[in-house]
Design a protein. Structure first.
Length: 232
């Protein structure tokens, strides 16, 4: 993403963004665009130079800074095989997730090779598509024991569990400034993982009588959480 200052009147997009504007979106001189640098700065402007090669230039008409939203949402997403997780990461980014932690769960079939760079790329594209002000963080993959300092630093942690008796809509967030959402792998959590999260004070929640796939559960949990937060 192209970094920029709120005080400048013209922005030259970097090489990747210029290619995307010119060759993917087929934008032309005079088209209006909205820019985000992924660090809270947003701008609206008009394309004033779209060369066949080289950097696209934007005349900035308005620029502003957006503070991070609260509560901050961290998703601990168990690794699964295949590319379907990319769609889930993109949708959760659009819904406002602030941080992703790839989790090598006991039943994870994937082991995390190159996952950080892949998720960062997916999150970056989804940030641009949705017009978000802040680019989500994506950490290196972690095994279960390494999640303890992450979870203890969060105000409230929810664990998706189809066997839980508490529905996600019944959760009270109070004044929590940071929330963690744990999404297990296909096959669900093992008893030792359930015990690990219980001992750290995490709250297990369900979506009702149906069992969601790992690629669906994260998006559903984030959407339900955002609805709850907006209504409190």
């Amino acid at each position: 993403m192209t970094p920029f200052s709120l005080s400048i009147s013209r922005i030259k997009l970097d090489e990747g963004e210029s290619h995307h504007a010119r060759s993917v979106r087929r934008l032309a001189k005079g088209d209006e665009v909205r820019l985000s640098d992924g660090a809270g700065n947003l701008a609206r402007g008009v394309l004033v130079d779209v060369p066949r090669q080289g950097l696209v230039e934007v005349l900035v008409e308005d620029a502003w800074h957006s503070e991070p939203r609260t509560p901050k949402i961290t998703v601990i997403q168990a690794l699964i095989s295949g590319d379907l997780i990319n769609d889930s990461i993109a949708m959760m980014t659009e819904l406002g997730v602030d941080c992703f932690i790839p989790w090598v769960a006991e039943r994870s079939q994937a082991r995390g090779q190159n996952v950080t760079n892949r998720w960062r790329r997916v999150a970056s594209e989804a940030t641009k598509q949705s017009g978000r002000a802040w680019l989500p963080e994506v950490s290196e993959p972690k095994v279960t024991v390494d999640l303890e300092p992450v979870l203890t630093d969060l105000d409230l942690v929810l664990v998706g569990d189809s066997a839980a008796t508490l529905n996600v809509g019944q959760v009270s967030f109070g004044n929590a400034k940071s929330l963690g959402l744990v999404v297990g792998p296909e096959g669900g959590l093992t008893p030792s993982e359930v015990d690990f999260f219980d001992q750290l004070g995490a709250v297990r929640v369900s979506f009702g009588p149906t069992t969601l796939r790992a690629v669906t559960a994260g998006t559903a949990l984030v959407a339900a959480l955002q609805t709850q937060v907006l209504n409190t």
